[in-house]
Each structure stands twice: as structure tokens, then as C-alpha cells.
Design a protein. Structure first.
Length: 317
């Protein structure tokens, strides 16, 4: 039995006993861990609110045989509060947490890249502070899905043919084949999405947000359907929170051409979502959704994601 510290995102909580909870954490160095937080459901608890889903915390844990025990919690970024009052953000965050849990099937198996990607995703969802343009939660979620799939080793191709590598764009998309498929490789029943939808997914995978934000609502809807289908195909059970994601489009751009979400005149949907103050150290590791070089060769996309994240992980001990 021993104590250890780690940074962690709270993925899920479950009631246990009279006043305790089992907290599922995705930690930076120890992978997915489940730990008992004793007495957190009492109003006098020191760290009840710090252990809600989405919270990024510095935790101290006592290693147990099956479940660890939480002994200290220090909030690093209160993402839970930032998403709580905004339904589209909240539902996107819930789907991200569930996806992260499902893509880290083995407890205590280090999953630092998934941890960094999740922090980057939550950060993109709630901010980042002072961002000139707010990213639509649905797009952030889809970027997270295609990236975390790539980290899990199931990177999809959205341009070159996933089977023979023939350069794209191609009109076919088949989840079982690994993404875009050319005319000769195209299996029966392959989808035929609009080229713009595949292009959008490629932009999200590459971190090309200028390209992604130029997409239409129609492309976004189709792209999110493809991303969801790709994710669900690789998992035994579906992601329960995915169909609940609120993808209601935000208001169209103002007639004078300004962005509707320029940060100064947010719609009612964002009212009350507080800005998150983060420790400086976090800024160095979190913006992973931006980190990748634009347009990596699609066939090697997973490799590029991996090496970019390994570099980011290495630069932040
Ligand atoms: Zn082919």
C-alpha cells in the first residue's frame, strides 16, 4: 500500500455505500483508475465538488488492491462548472468522457496521449480563454473522436483510399475498410458522403480549424454521423451519450459579416458559462487539438498524431 499523486480528469462517478462514491479517473501517468472517495456525498465533504465529471484535478491516491482511495484533491481546471450551464457543451463533454473511458479499456494501463487529448478537448470546449472564435461543441467533439480513435490505433483515412492508398478525394466511405475508399476498393454498402464532409473530417483530424470552421451545417451533420459510425463500429457497445449530443446550430453570422460567436455578444445558450482560469503549466500541454501540422498525409495520420503527441508529452514532464 502506498501513496501516489497524478493529474486526472474525472470521467464518471457512482454512488457506493452511505456517503461515498467510486470515481473513475483518467490519469496522466497511470491510465484509467477507479478510486473510492469517502464521504464525498456529505455536505461537509472537503472535495465533493472537486470530483465531479469533467474536473481536472491533481489527486493523491492510496493504492488499493482493486480500488484506490482518494486522499487529496486539488482542482487544476473546473471544466465541470464551465459546461454545466450550457447544454450543447455539456452533452459534448459527456460524450467525450464516455469515449475516453471506452478507448482506455484496461485499468492502470498508461494512456498519456488519451489524457492529453481529453484535456485538450475539454479545454477547446470551454474556451480557450480569450479565443477570438468559439468552436462549436459538435465540431470539438468530432475532432476529439477522430483524434482519440487515431491514438487508439484505429485512425481513419478521409482522403487517400484506406485500402490501396490511392490519393483522394474519393466518394466512398466504409467504416470496416478504415475510411475513404476508391472506386475499385469500395465494398458493397459503402456510404457516399459529400466530398466536403470527408474534407471536414480531415481538417478536424489535422487540427485545421480554419478549414473546419468554413464548413456548412449540412457537412457538419454528415461528418458527425460518419465519425460516430466509425467510433461505434470499433466498440462492442455504442456510446450511450452520443445520440444525446445537442448539435443545434448557433445563430447565423450577423449581416455585417461578424462572427456570431465572437465572444462579445454570445447568444442565450452560452449565458452563464463561466470562463475557466487554468494554471499556466496546463497551457503548455492542453492545446493538443491545435498542435498537429496541417494536412498530414492521410494514410499516416495515426502515426502523425502519435508522434505529435509524444513530442508534446515529452516537453511537459
Ligand atoms: Zn483503393
Amino acid at each position: 500500500m502506498k501513496l501516489y499523486r497524478d493529474e486526472a480528469v474525472v470521467l464518471r462517478t457512482q454512488k457506493i455505500g452511505e456517503a461515498d462514491r467510486v470515481i473513475t479517473l483518467l490519469t496522466r501517468t497511470s491510465g484509467r483508475v477507479r478510486a473510492v472517495a469517502k464521504g464525498v456525498r456529505r455536505t461537509t465533504s472537503r472535495f465533493g465538488a472537486r470530483l465531479e465529471p469533467c474536473m481536472l484535478a491533481d489527486v493523491q491516491l492510496h493504492r488499493g488492491r482493486s480500488l484506490d482511495v482518494v486522499t487529496q484533491v486539488l482542482t487544476l481546471a473546473p471544466y465541470a462548472r464551465a459546461v454545466a450551464d450550457d447544454y450543447p457543451r455539456y452533452t459534448a463533454a459527456a460524450a467525450m468522457l464516455e469515449t475516453a473511458e471506452r478507448l482506455t479499456p484496461e485499468e492502470r494501463e498508461p494512456a498519456t496521449q488519451q489524457f492529453l487529448l481529453l484535456v485538450g478537448g475539454l479545454r477547446a470546449l470551454v474556451g480557450p480563454p480569450h479565443a477570438p472564435v468559439r468552436r462549436p461543441p459538435g465540431l470539438v467533439l468530432d475532432a476529439f473522436i477522430v483524434r482519440s480513435m487515431a491514438v487508439a490505433g484505429w485512425g481513419a483515412s478521409f482522403d487517400a483510399c484506406a485500402r490501396c492508398g490511392e490519393p483522394g478525394p474519393h466518394r466512398g466511405f466504409a467504416v470496416a475498410a478504415g475510411g475513404a475508399v476508391c472506386r475499385s476498393c469500395r465494398p458493397p454498402g459503402a456510404a457516399a458522403p459529400a466530398p466536403e464532409s470527408l474534407q471536414l473530417l480531415g481538417s478536424l483530424l489535422a487540427g485545421d480549424w480554419d478549414g473546419a470552421l468554413a464548413s456548412t451545417e449540412r457537412d457538419r451533420r454528415e461528418a458527425s454521423g460518419l465519425a460516430a459510425a466509425y467510433l461505434q463500429w470499433h466498440l462492442e457497445r455504442g456510446i450511450r451519450s452520443l445520440p444525446l449530443v445537442d448539435r443545434t446550430p448557433e445563430a447565423p453570422p450577423a449581416p455585417d459579416g461578424r462572427q456570431p460567436d465572437g465572444g462579445h455578444h454570445d447568444g442565450a445558450a452560452h449565458h452563464g458559462a463561466p470562463e475557466v482560469t487554468e494554471p499556466e503549466e496546463l497551457a503548455a500541454v492542453a492545446p493538443l487539438l491545435d498542435r498537429l501540422p496541417p494536412q498530414p498525409p492521410p494514410a499516416r495520420a495515426a502515426e502523425v498524431v502519435r508522434s505529435a503527441q509524444a513530442a508534446a508529452a515529452g516537453s511537459a514532464p
